[in-house]
Design a protein. Sequence first.
Length: 333
Amino acid sequence: MDHDVEATARDRRVSSGVRLNGTGEFGLIDRMTARLPQGEISLLGPGDDAAIVAVPDGRVVACTDALVEGRHFRRDWCDAADVGHRAAAANLADVAAMGAVPTALLVALCAPGDLPVQWAEEFAEGVADEAGLVGASVVGGDTTSSALLTIVVTALGDLQGRDPVVRSGASPGDVVALAGRVGCAAAGYTVLSRGFRTPKILVDAYRRPEVDYRAGPAAAIAGATSMIDVSDGLLADLGHIAKASEVHIDVTKDAFGLPQQLRDAARALGVDPYQWILAGGEDHALAATFPSHASLPPGWLIVGKVSRGEGVSVDGRDWVGPRGWDHFTRSGS
């Protein structure tokens, strides 16, 4: 057996029965940071009062997202690495939606003392693996005791000399396009909430988003006029663009394919699959507007158009039903 693999396996056996209150804060930090490799952008990583990150562009894109157990994830639905991937993806996608390249993450873990140390280690590995997809480093963070398991992640990004793509730039005549899947994570959530664990492709979509982070910078280079991460539901998030840009957006239902497993799950659960596609979140696809004459980058699909007016419609009509997730009503809005 390879020495590093053997050492990792031995470390897992040692930590499998240890709780946070048995290792202490600094022991936990040592265990987690050992799983967080540093890239070139990290001039000074974990271990000091603050990290130092190179800023080649001279500007920093920054965002923060919080995940609360029971609200954003359940440990009986997701393993620790899944939660790490989800926590990182939520922030990395926000950076990409500005047309930037993610460079660094800071992670705060607020956890009860009886949380297994192995859970925290595997969570750190999940964060590091997702960050590694874009070459970002986890450069620091914090740990504290909390009765409720809560994770807060801050992401930093580099615009590489480009202007940011904001929500307020859409104009009448633009097309609306989408990069990435929508509806699968929401379908997976519904499947899990009904007590099932299949279809696996939908459950896995909920557990670990598959985000095309390169699509954000590619859209910026192609001339995208506005962009947003679809985290709360496509209609709800396009509504943010419509409001900020003072325009109307119409979405075309037929533009979306219905994968067979999504169709089958909807039939079995008695759900309109377009409710997942149009109002479901957490796939972290990117939605953007482009001038009608623009050549869209690979992976971008036209799903609608921009006109004068306000609000968001579907096939020219108001959408009846939820439009997305509202964290303070626990329901669609």
